[in-house]
Design a protein around this ligand. Structure first.
Ligand SMILES: Nc1ncnc2c1ncn2[C@@H]1O[C@H](COP(=O)(O)OP(=O)(O)OP(=O)(O)O)[C@@H](O)[C@H]1O
Length: 702
């Protein structure tokens, strides 16, 4: 019963029976004659009777694996195609239980799929194709990037042309639509429209996109001429219905994609209005898809979908709800440092591909886009025509960094998005799942970095708990690491410079070498640094990621119960203005230490000062220990060993040795070790970030 979770989808609804003999065809089966048996064999999904649901459910997990496999196989098969013959390909396809050829997909559509490099259906598509084709209402859920769009596009198109809807659908000039697809955002509607257009054209089916922010005229003209498929956002579709531009009497399918978001965005009345326009619901199939289906969507589904609806749930009760193909990372960072840190994160994690940065507000999206060279903003206050230009520029690679609000969180499928950065942890789990799901799509991998204010680390723990994501807790990339990356790039660019430049520059180079105390290699290193835009390297703290700040760990020979206790310990040996300059005071998860940032120029004052207080140890940190989150600090049992637990990435050997309470003076190991630990730090000017209040004591340091 390993896949029982899949049939526990959305409460009491029927689940799918996915017979192993349909997915993994034996040789014997392959030899079976065509006709009924063949048609049955091709079905990847069959409807389970109530009685045998529990017995058949054990097969339901298989498609997830086979889907991922097919995604990866897709890529490798693309590469090998160059040397393989068509016959080899055909043989390979026949062996794949989800091969396109095993489904009731007609030749023109197959050809289009092949053009896109699609030779096998992904599991969600394989699970739902026959169910949709055979006339059932459906709730479909699969993780982000797993091909939910084609899970409804393909069977709907086939149904209209060759299936049960063929005879009764509207045809000819001025025909009314057979399909209506509703989506929460204009960008998403446009994307799904492109799919319907591309695949539908092969079958002579006409699609149109009805989104707000666009002129009514061209949309009306298209509707008057007649279309088969209408894709749009609820508000604009409702407007057209009210203007009598759309007649829903011939409707065969209605699809709610990203249903939960549409309803969450307040489109519920519009959606109900549109769905309610269908006179005979028995003649219409309703399909509802999303990567996340919060409980309350079940209620909506039972209102809009027929009682015998089916559910295909590839997430089910599995703990991990977000994409498994994404590396999920969290990095602490103060608000003020974000725009300085983000370019470094891009340099480290984007692998030269596209990056989408999510902000919580439209203003911060515009502001951040203005601060990052070459980045563009996308949010709801930008005119639709500009939004389209921006998105197509990003898709085509004209620029590689998009700063967006949640308007880009759902459904957008953009090639080569390698990195997602979330400027803060979103409040709701669904937002995290969808945002991080803009990378790691169709079997590819990606990275999702979430920046967080350590004071709000409770959100991080909650996302971990509720979405099943196991975050890698990392510190900000250090400038020295970034510089190393940049150096490698500079070497690469030097190799591309023609030798013809040597003669005119040679005498200057000789003069430089002869007149300098540095070696030729050191001078070349400086030249590479300059080429990469570096004239100095500033340090960056581990805790707030602030430039020219260092992170210290304080111990007092006994548990540190609160930030205010930590401040009182500092007051024992430091003047008030130094204590006030501390940033990001946070307790460690073990309850014995506090960590905070100080300006690099104040470091000596802190380290020598500790000698004046008994049982106090202060050291520079190289790796951030596990910190208490806010919930932990607030709740009882602060030091009960609970907490969010098990964070990876924090070295336990945070202090590089040295007794925790060694005489309280940080003598010997403490100070002696310091210069070693500091060896990555470079002096530089003050970043000017001081002067804010304490993080816990009121005011904000972040
Ligand atoms: N059978 C397939 N083989 C190979 N690639 C596919 C297949 N089906 C879909 N894809 C590709 O996978 C990508 C993701 O598909 P899609 O956008 O439908 O995912 P999704 O599940 O709707 O994701 P989200 O939940 O984020 O909206 C698309 O680029 C699509 O072209």
């Amino acid at each position: 019963m390993k896949n029982k979770a899949l049939v526990e989808a959305l409460g009491t609804e029927e689940a799918f029976e996915q017979r192993s003999d349909d997915l993994v065809l034996s040789d014997k089966k392959k030899k079976k004659s065509k006709g009924d048996k063949e048609s049955k064999k091709r079905k990847a999904v069959e409807v389970a009777d109530d009685e045998d649901r529990s017995e058949t459910s054990s097969e339901l997990g298989e498609p997830v694996n086979s889907r991922l496999k097919s995604g990866k196989e897709k890529k490798s098969s693309k590469k090998t195609k160059v040397i393989e013959s068509d016959e080899d390909d055909a043989e390979k396809e026949v062996e794949d239980p989800n091969a396109v050829s095993r489904f009731r997909i007609s030749e023109p559509l197959k050809a289009r799929l092949k053009e896109k490099g699609i030779i096998a259906l992904f599991p969600i598509q394989a699970m739902t194709f026959d169910t949709v084709y055979d006339g059932f209402d459906l709730v479909g859920r699969a993780r982000t990037g797993q091909g939910k769009t084609l899970a409804f596009v393909l069977p709907i198109l086939e149904c209209l042309i060759n299936g049960p809807s063929k005879s009764s659908r509207g045809t000819g000039f001025g025909r009314s639509p057979s399909v209506i697809v509703l989506l929460p955002t204009r960008e998403l509607a446009d994307q799904v429209f492109e799919d319907f257009k591309f695949y539908g054209q092969a079958l002579g089916l006409e699609s149109c996109c009805l989104c707000g922010g666009m002129l009514y005229g061209p949309q009306e003209t298209k509707l008057r001429r007649g279309v088969d498929i209408v894709i749009g956002t609820p508000g604009r579709v409702k407007d057209h219905i009210n203007r009598n531009n759309i007649d829903l009497r011939s409707l065969k399918f209605r699809v709610l994609d990203e249903a939960d978001e549409m309803l969450r965005m307040g489109f519920v009345d519009d959606v109900e209005f549109i769905l309610g326009k269908v006179e005979d619901v028995n003649k219409v199939q309703t399909l509802l898809f999303s990567a996340t289906l919060p409980d309350w969507v079940k209620t909506i589904a039972s209102r809009f979908l027929k009682a015998n609806k089916k559910t295909a749930d590839l997430v089910g009760n599995e703990k991990m709800k977000a994409s498994k193909d994404v590396r999920h990372i969290v990095i602490p960072c103060s608000d003020s440092e974000r725009s300085r840190l983000i370019p470094d994160i891009i340099q480290c994690y984007s692998s030269g591909g596209r990056t989408i940065i999510f902000t919580e507000t439209k203003e911060s999206a515009s502001e951040l886009a203005g601060l990052l060279p070459g980045a563009r903003a996308l949010h709801g206050d930008i005119q639709q025509s500009q939004r389209s230009v921006t998105l197509s520029g990003f898709r085509s690679g004209k620029f590689l960094v998009l700063v967006a609000t949640n308007v880009a969180a759902r459904g957008l499928d953009i090639n080569d998005v390698q990195l997602i950065i979330q400027c803060e942890a979103p409040k709701d789990i669904e937002a995290y799942i969808h945002r991080s799901g803009r990378t790691g799509r169709a079997g590819n991998t990606g990275v999702a970095v979430t920046l967080y204010d350590p004071r709000k680390s409770g959100r991080i723990s909650r996302i971990e708990r509720d979405s099943g994501v196991k975050f890698e807790h990392l510190s900000a990339p250090q400038p020295i690491d970034i510089a190393r990356c940049a150096g490698a790039g500079a070497v690469e660019s030097i190799t591309q410079v023609s030798d013809s430049v040597i003669p005119p520059f040679k005498s200057a180079a000789e003069e430089l070498v002869n007149n300098s105390s540095l070696s030729a290699v050191e001078l070349l290193a400086k030249a590479l640094a300059k080429l990469s835009g570096y004239t100095e390297i500033k340090s960056r703290s581990l805790l707030t990621s602030m430039e020219n700040h260092v992170t210290l760990i304080l111990e007092a020979g006994k548990p540190i119960f609160s930030p205010s206790f930590a401040y009182s310990v500092l007051r024992r040996f430091l003047p008030e203005e130094k204590v006030e300059s501390v940033k990001g005071m946070t307790l460690t998860a073990d309850g014995y230490s506090a960590v905070f940032d100080v300006q690099t120029e104040d470091l000596d004052a802190f380290l020598t000062g500790q000698g004046n207080a008994a049982n106090v140890s202060l050291e520079v940190l190289k790796t951030l220990p596990k910190l208490q989150d806010r919930e932990q600090s607030r709740g009882g049992g602060r030091f009960g060993g609970g907490g969010s637990g098990g964070r990876g990435g924090f070295g336990s050997d945070r202090r590089n040795g040295g007794g925790r309470f060694s005489g309280g003076r940080g003598g010997g190991g403490g100070r002696g070790g310091f210069s070693d630990r500091r060896n990555n730090r470079f002096s530089g000017s003050n970043s000017g970030g001081g002067g804010r209040g304490r993080s816990f004591g009121g005011g904000s340091n972040w």
